[in-house]
Design a protein around this ligand. Structure first.
Ligand SMILES: Cc1cc2nc3c(=O)[nH]c(=O)nc-3n(C[C@H](O)[C@H](O)[C@H](O)COP(=O)(O)O)c2cc1C
Length: 274
């Protein structure tokens, strides 16, 4: 691969080749820079073994103290996917993709192991243990995403599976101390629908050296707003800035679509969150 391939990938990611480092990039990094969410799928099964390869990749992610405090539920039954879609804002891609993976913060397995050993498991009652489960589930899921995408498959993460987390838990038979983190739909992308790389904030706003530094943020966000609006136009989506989009998303509890109740839901599910 040439440095030129990398500067093109950088330009798609940031809207300009400006700031791209010189030198060669490896194939994995180039693959990562080309990520885009795919929401239109063919009515076709996944290649044989794709799920198991991706989960092996997921289990290869680092794990805090190697606790492995997560599980993943593969849902392929059309009716179950339809019910879960309803619980997650009626998102069509949950129904049309052949596979929905539901990533679970799973402290239940650790609790069972402690119980069988007749040993205490008081640390599980703390917020940090939930955080460790959530972080590990996310790291694992992203490894699976990289594997699926390397096979030419498309994915959508589904945060909306937390909207009605208790109903989702019932549908999936989750025990106490197991909670849905997020979903991931996986399928064969519909070639008739072109997807594009969605540009990100300039790297200088994200990468801080030595100490936190928000210098230049206002101008950088204004430039990004213009770039984002152009992306929306290219996609045939409502032409709006990134700022207006995120302001709507963070405005109030209502924008959380039920997730504002998550703390209570988790406590009822047996997570201490101390
Ligand atoms: C944890 C998480 C939850 C998400 N939830 C949803 C969702 O419920 N529905 C959806 O269509 N996209 C969802 N997304 C996809 C984001 O909207 C998408 O990643 C973002 O707009 C950036 O676009 P890109 O992935 O194409 O770069 C989610 C992404 C993440 C990481």
């Amino acid at each position: 691969m040439s440095g030129n391939d990398f500067s093109s990938a950088w330009a798609l990611r940031y809207g300009s080749a400006e700031g791209a480092p010189s030198g060669e990039a490896d194939a994995v990094t180039l693959h990562l820079l080309a990520h885009r969410t795919v929401r239109s799928f063919l009515d076709a099964p996944l290649p044989q073994g794709a799920l198991e390869r991706a989960i092996a990749a997921a289990q290869s992610a680092s794990s805090s103290s190697n606790l492995q405090p997560w599980s993943v539920i593969a849902v392929q039954d059309r009716e179950r996917k339809a019910r879960l879609s309803k619980l997650a804002g009626d998102q069509a891609h949950i129904r049309t993709a052949p596979l929905l993976l539901v990533w679970i913060v799973d402290l239940a397995r650790l609790a069972r192991i402690a119980e069988r050993a007749g040993a205490p498991s008081g640390a599980l009652a703390y917020l940090d243990s939930f955080g460790v489960g959530l972080v590990d589930a996310a790291l694992a899921a992203q490894n699976a995403v990289v594997s699926f995408e390397a096979e030419g498959l498309g994915i959508v993460y589904i945060g909306a599976l937390r909207n009605e987390a208790e109903e989702v838990a019932k549908e999936l038979g989750l025990p106490p101390r197991a909670a849905v983190a997020f979903g991931l739909t996986v399928g064969v992308p519909d070639p008739a629908v072109t997807t594009h790389v969605k540009p990100r904030l300039p790297q200088a706003q994200i990468l801080h050296h030595e100490r936190y530094d928000a210098t230049g943020e206002e101008e950088a966000v204004a430039r990004y707003d213009t770039l984002f609006a152009a992306f929306q136009r290219q996609q045939g989506l409502p032409e709006r800035s990134w700022t207006s989009t995120i302001l709507q998303r963070i405005a109030s509890a209502q924008s959380l679509n039920g997730r504002e109740r998550l703390r209570d839901v988790l406590i009822r599910a047996g997570f201490g969150l101390e």
